[in-house]
Design a protein around this ligand. Structure first.
Ligand code: COA
Length: 162
């Protein structure tokens, strides 16, 4: 699947999505240090070890390049950037039972506005599985000839050869 490009310089600095999620009892914010291992573990169980590794990278960055959505005292979503590679957005995920209520969009926008503030002009979404989502929310466009892109030489199995 191809990569997509998002124009950060065209995004309005409108953070109402934070208050909208708060009205639903959901806090969209950066994780703090003592939550690091818990968010990585949650992403691994809910999604994949690969996405958990990227969350590990994002939560180790200074400042952190990761947002979580917390309902009561449990995680229901996460999103990262500068995790796969610098300038890349993702991964992002919302718990199945909590989808379709704007939480994914809030996590995406929180990351993109954070990137904009840091001085990035564009964000890249790598290996997009649902292009319609990014096209709809932020007008992302497909990058020609971008598959398999940065993942071309990715090691998928670190077991020694037999
Ligand atoms: C993608 C994902 C994070 C979206 O989270 P969500 O909380 O359900 O998204 P939202 O409720 O904020 O949706 C915002 C809008 O995008 C639309 N949308 C959601 N998923 C979509 C999809 N796969 N394709 C197109 N549009 C989509 C919604 O209908 C909504 O539109 P509306 O405002 O007109 O109703 C969630 O579906 C998910 O975790 N998927 C599995 C992991 C995944 O695929 N991650 C992305 C890998 S590239």
């Amino acid at each position: 699947m191809a990569d997509m490009l998002i124009k950060l310089y065209d995004l309005d600095d409108d953070r109402r999505f934070i208050a909208q999620q708060k009205e639903r009892g959901i806090s969209v914010r950066k994780p703090i240090g003592p939550e690091k291992h818990m968010i990585i573990d949650w992403v691994s169980k809910q999604f994949s070890p690969g996405w958990a590794a990227e969350t590990d990278v994002a939560t180790a960055n200074t400042p952190r390049s990761c947002f979580v959505a917390v309902k009561a005292t449990r995680f229901i979503g996460f999103a990262c950037y500068d995790a796969t590679a610098l300038g890349y957005f993702g991964p992002i995920g919302v718990e199945k039972s909590e989808r379709g209520k704007g939480t994914g969009q809030a996590l995406l926008m929180a990351c993109l506005l954070d990137m904009q503030l840091k001085g990035y002009g564009y964000a890249i979404v790598g290996d997009v599985k649902n292009p319609a989502y990014y096209q709809k929310i932020v007008g992302a466009i497909e990058i020609p000839d971008s598959s398999p892109g940065i993942y071309k030489n990715r090691v998928k199995n670190a077991d020694p050869a037999v």
